[in-house]
Structure formats: structure tokens, C-alpha cells
Design a protein. Sequence first.
Length: 209
Amino acid sequence: MNRKYTWVYSLIAVFLLLGSGQVFAGSQITADVKGTIDQVLEILSDENLKKDPVLRRKKLRQVIGVRFNYKQMVMRSLAKNYNDRSDAERKEFTGLFKKLLENSYANKIENYRNETINYVDEQVKGKYALVRTQIVRKDGVIDVDYKMLKSNGEWLVYDFVIEGVSLVRNYRSQFSKIISTESYAALVSKLSKKIDELEARAIKDSEDL
């Protein structure tokens, strides 16, 4: 993944920060998002888990995973290429996509401290919702919007829009380019390689503690 995507990862990782500020009143959807953040806070502040970084990373991935709608992310990211894939390929790609995001977030989350997230607005239209937040940092404020879809009674994130930059749109552009200039197999190979790099880094970091 190129530097542009590294920047996006760094920003969307703020979804799970140390510290929370104002909360949009009377909203169960926003409360669910905050609930995920609170779980992450608990994991990061657990003294026993600090002594076991591998277990802490596992727990972080579990918490992150239940708030994302990976199927929708994959469908929208692959776009027309999704229809060309077999059921087995879709299952494999969704698994890779899930691992990629979980490991990317976990790597970033563990490095954030003393950030504040304010929940400023919420819009709901049928089964779709948009939760608007602002990340308050020492060097300024970052607007982060969470696009959510109601699935089986739960509101799950299927896209992030950070300072006008959509995660899904970026992935769609990059995935489409790789498939058209190389192949779908090449895309799968690149994702697998990136995941291996992230997991190897996590192991190294735990050994250095």
C-alpha cells in the first residue's frame, strides 16, 4: 500500500483513541460507536494485558472486528470486480481484507495517546446513518465521518470519510487499477504480503518489549 494509504490508515485509526469528549445526545447509533471505543480504552489500560502484547493485540482485533461490516466494504471496494469473483474467492478476499484492516488499526492504535474525539452530529435515512465526529489534537481538529448500515439489527461501519477522503473510494480506485493492469491474483498476493508484514512487525514489537 502506498504512502497515501498509510496516511489514511493513520487517520482512521483515530476511530479507536484514548479519550472521548462530547457525545451527540440521545443517539443509540452514536452510543454504539462510543461503546466500541470504551472497550478499546479498557483493553489498552489493562495492566495485565500490557505484559502480554500478543493477547492484547488479539483482543483489540476482536473488538475492532465486530464494529465493521467487512462484506459491504469488500463489495464496495471491489465494485464491478466483485461480481466476477466466485463465492470461494469472495470469502477469501473478505478474510484478507478483514485481516488487513484489523492489523493496520491495531498497529496504529497502540501508538496513540491523549487524543479526544467529539461526536457532533448524526443523520439517519432508512437503514443508512452518518455519524459525524471531530478528532481534537494538539495541532488541530480532524473531521471524521462514519458511514453506517443497519444489518441484522446492528449498525456497522462500512466506510470512513476523513477530511473528505473516503476509505472505500480509495480502495476501489487502487484495487481496480491493480486488477486492470495486473490481475486479481496479483491483488490477492499484494494484500497477503502486506498482512504478513504487519503481523511480522507485531511479533517483533512484542519481542522488543
